[in-house]
Design a protein around this ligand. Structure first.
Ligand code: SF4
Ligand code: SF4
Length: 422
């Protein structure tokens, strides 16, 4: 919806400032423009035409993490993250899309093979030092204002993407009747193939069959950048792919994908045939942790002392209200001592590719997270979103903490939980 359609909702902000306590951006910068109250005031000024649409709005609109933490502290429960997303969409319509977004959303994300090829090129660039030369020459700035610094977040790329190793298709399982579709998120596919393999193993203990899908991007990155058309196109492409299967469940081990796939119906208007398709599809979607919580736990025989803590991805805790399942899983693992992480549901600063445009802010937010991780004394930091895994791994490296970061699936598959820490 255009931002003007939200005027009455925006006008409900009573300027109380309660959102300040929860906003990671505000807590890092102390700037009013960074908190929901300031962002809502900006949107109101735009609608009331006190501010014109121009490139000057890019930073204020795109510096929000879209973590949604402010809404829980807001008496009128203003959905600031959704309002900002709609305003970004208007921004792209009125000020223009960037060539990078066209490349990403129109030519890469819909095509998993092309995306894996691009990742291989990036891996080669990193391994051979070519990316440093390109960085020094300023050739990669089109990837984002802060790309030269943000590039450090990825220490190295895995040698092979999951779907280069495991070809999409049907795999037999040991379950009695469930037919499961495994929706492979782009981040897990390329950056966390070990987690994807562990997910497949766990799903095979639950399903009669597990089909590794050849799906494209779920569309969340396009929507968060305000590109509604690309987001709808990616969703339609995935719905078409799923229409040729009849699964009981569609499971994904990326909490961001899971949260977004469950919201597919909201992308299509009433009366649109896609909406019905999306409603039926969304009812079958499960976050991996929901499945893992009900599955049989692996037996641990390792002697390694595992002290685990858990970071809630925003799209799990606020996007899907999933907080108990991962803790139940971790507390039930033999040989694992679970310790709660202070501010576990605070955004880690990963927020997709946030650091590409706001590296310093992402790093400040990450430092707060790492101070909390250090307080737990844990040697294993567990989560369920690949963007969080990248960001948290970077944080651990920067803070020189003796902590291994992993996806929860790596602990749930029929392998040794202790082995993850060795
Ligand atoms: S969504 Fe997150 S970053 Fe954005 S204003 Fe709300 S709390 Fe702050
Ligand atoms: S908590 Fe809600 S109502 Fe209060 S200032 Fe923040 S956005 Fe406005």
């Amino acid at each position: 919806m255009p931002i003007e359609a939200h005027y009455d909702e925006i006008a409900r902000c009573n300027r109380c400032g309660f959102c300040q306590t929860a906003c990671p951006v505000f807590r890092s910068t102390g700037r009013e423009a960074g908190v929901a109250r300031g962002r809502i005031a900006l949107l109101r000024a735009i609608i009331e035409k006190r501010i014109d649409w121009s490139a000057d709005l890019e930073d204020p609109l795109f510096a929000c993490l879209l973590c949604g933490a402010c809404t829980a502290h807001c008496f009128p429960a203003l959905p600031t993250a959704d309002l900002i997303t709609d305003a970004r969409s208007d921004y792209l319509d009125r000020v223009g899309r960037k060539p990078l977004h066209r490349l990403l959303f129109d030519h890469l994300l819909p095509y998993p093979k092309r995306l894996r090829l691009a990742a291989r090129a990036a891996a080669l660039g990193k391994r051979t030092g070519m990316s440093n030369i390109a960085k020094a020459l300023g050739l990669l700035r089109f990837l984002g204002r802060d790309f030269p610094k943000a590039e450090e977040i990825v220490a190295q790329f895995p040698a092979q993407a999951f779907r280069d190793k495991v070809a999409p298709g049907e795999f037999p399982g040991r379950g009695e009747s469930l037919r499961i579709g495994y929706f492979v998120g782009c981040g897990v596919d390329i950056m966390a193939p070990v987690a994807a393999e562990a997910t497949l193993r766990l799903l095979q203990t639950v399903g009669k069959t597990v089909t590794v899908l050849d799906n494209g991007c779920c569309g969340l990155p396009a929507l968060t950048y305000g590109d509604r058309k690309a987001a709808r196109r990616l969703a339609a492409q995935n719905l078409d792919l799923l229409a040729s299967h009849s699964f009981d469940l569609v499971v994904t081990d990326c909490s961001s994908c899971a949260s977004y796939l469950k919201k597919y119906p909201q992308l299509f208007d009433e009366g649109d045939r896609r909406r019905e398709q999306a409603v039926a599809f969304a009812a079958k979607v499960r976050d991996f942790v929901e499945v893992a919580a009900k599955a049989e736990r692996p037996r641990t025989t390792s002697s390694a002392r595992v002290v685990a803590t858990y970071h809630d991805p925003c799209h799990a805790s606020r996007g899907q209200k999933i907080t108990k399942d991962p803790r139940d899983v971790l507390r039930s693992l033999p040989g694992v001592e679970y310790r709660e992480l202070p501010e576990a549901d605070w955004c880690c600063g990963g927020a997709g590719s946030y650091a590409m445009g706001h590296y310093d802010l992402a790093r400040q937010i990450l430092e707060r997270k790492m101070a909390n991780v250090a307080r737990t004394g844990a040697n294993l930091l567990v989560t369920s979103c690949p963007a969080c895994i990248l960001q948290l791994s970077y944080g651990v490296r920067l803070a020189k903490l003796p902590v291994r970061v992993c996806h929860i699936s790596e602990l749930c598959s029929p392998a040794e939980a202790g082995a993850v820490c060795e």
